[in-house]
Design a protein around this ligand. Structure first.
Ligand SMILES: [Zn+2]
Ligand SMILES: [Zn+2]
Length: 341
């Protein structure tokens, strides 16, 4: 059987390569993809600016689909089940894996880095990474469980939020999901910053956060004004830009918490790190997810978050380059784009 899979051949140039589908191992499941979602972290690779991966490379890591075949050793999943794929690869034997912190595995990787990208009509995954969807979760929602899990992980890193003030920097899908989860967790007030007004308006509707356009006002001044001069309790940085990472140090209060979720394509040059000590800021990183798919699934199932509302565009795989250009445009009206086969 032949499958088609997206490869970034060079910057801004994705082509679908055809290859023979490997035969299923006994613990593996063959997924017939329904939807793959375009992620902000795919954009680095699309532009060939990814910090760890260079073109040519397979691309994509957010997908849902139905089990088309299961290996002889597969226990729970049946042919026809709707699956959300957790695209991580871990050893299972190192200290971190054994402690349950599998996202910190000494040899952690992701499927696309090992040649199996998420933009493909057939995806093979071990049963342990195949999350079975309850009846009331749709294939579109299932494709967004991966980014929701990233947001859940980051918000958990920030700790208790009841009654606290939070600023989320960046109104892409991860930022908006993060803002929604902060509200869910009891934050008193959540602001979300971006340069794109359309995204900010969408963010307000989707997450209930207050949008602030950094092009139009000084975000740090505004947050200080809103918090009696102190700054907010928590900042979750979802852009990965030096400008926002530096600004986070400014708008968080003394002894406040910053969670860094955005990935930077290049090293920071003028990052004012002395402010971390001057204000005794607690700076935390948030990387991927670890037992967060389960939390995401129960949140969707309980109706706490409506993921379909985040989907603004659906492209056939033949127009994948256009999908990326649409997501990337500075004045884009796109929040989340899906690819179909
Ligand atoms: Zn993603
Ligand atoms: Zn490991």
């Amino acid at each position: 059987m032949i499958r088609k899979m997206a490869w970034v051949e060079s910057a801004r140039n994705i082509v679908f390569r055809e290859s023979e589908l490997p035969s299923l191992k006994e613990n593996e499941i063959l997924i017939k993809t329904e939807y793959s979602a375009v992620c902000g972290s795919d954009l680095h690779l699309y532009l060939d600016l990814h910090p760890y991966v260079k073109a040519p490379s397979a691309i994509g890591h957010e997908l849902s689909g139905y089990a088309a075949a299961v290996g002889s050793g597969v226990k729970k999943i049946k042919v026809g089940d709707l699956i959300a794929a957790e695209p991580i690869l871990v050893c299972g034997d190192c200290d971190y894996c054994l402690r349950g912190d599998y996202h910190m595995c000494n040899t952690v990787s992701y499927q696309y880095r090992k040649g199996q990208g998420g933009y493909t009509d057939y995806f093979i995954i071990e049963e342990r990474w195949a999350h079975q969807m309850p009846k009331n979760i749709s294939p579109k929602e299932a494709a967004l469980i991966e980014p929701l899990s990233v947001a859940v992980h980051g918000v958990e890193k920030a700790g208790g939020m009841l009654g606290k003030t939070v600023t989320v920097m960046g109104a892409g899908t991860i930022g908006v999901l993060t803002a929604a989860m902060c509200r869910e967790k009891g934050a008193a007030k959540v602001w979300i910053t971006d340069l794109n007004d359309h995204r900010l308006r969408m963010a307000e509707t989707l997450s209930g956060a207050i949008g602030l356009n950094a092009k139009e006002l000084d975000v740090a001044e505004k947050i200080k004004e809103e918090t009696g001069g102190a700054g907010c309790d928590i900042v979750i940085e979802c852009t990965g830009t030096e400008r926002c990472a530096a600004q986070a140090l400014d708008l968080v209060r003394k002894l406040g918490i910053i969670v860094q979720m955005g990935i930077s394509a290049k090293p920071f040059k003028d990052y004012p790190y002395s402010r971390i000590l001057a204000k005794e800021i607690i700076l935390k990183g948030s990387q991927g997810y670890c037992f967060d798919f389960e939390k995401s699934i129960s949140l969707i199932q309980a109706g706490r978050i409506k993921l379909e509302e985040y989907i603004t565009d659906v492209f056939p795989y033949t127009r994948i380059n256009e999908a990326f250009e649409t997501v990337m445009a500075p004045d884009t009206k796109c929040m989340k784009a899906l690819i179909t086969y």
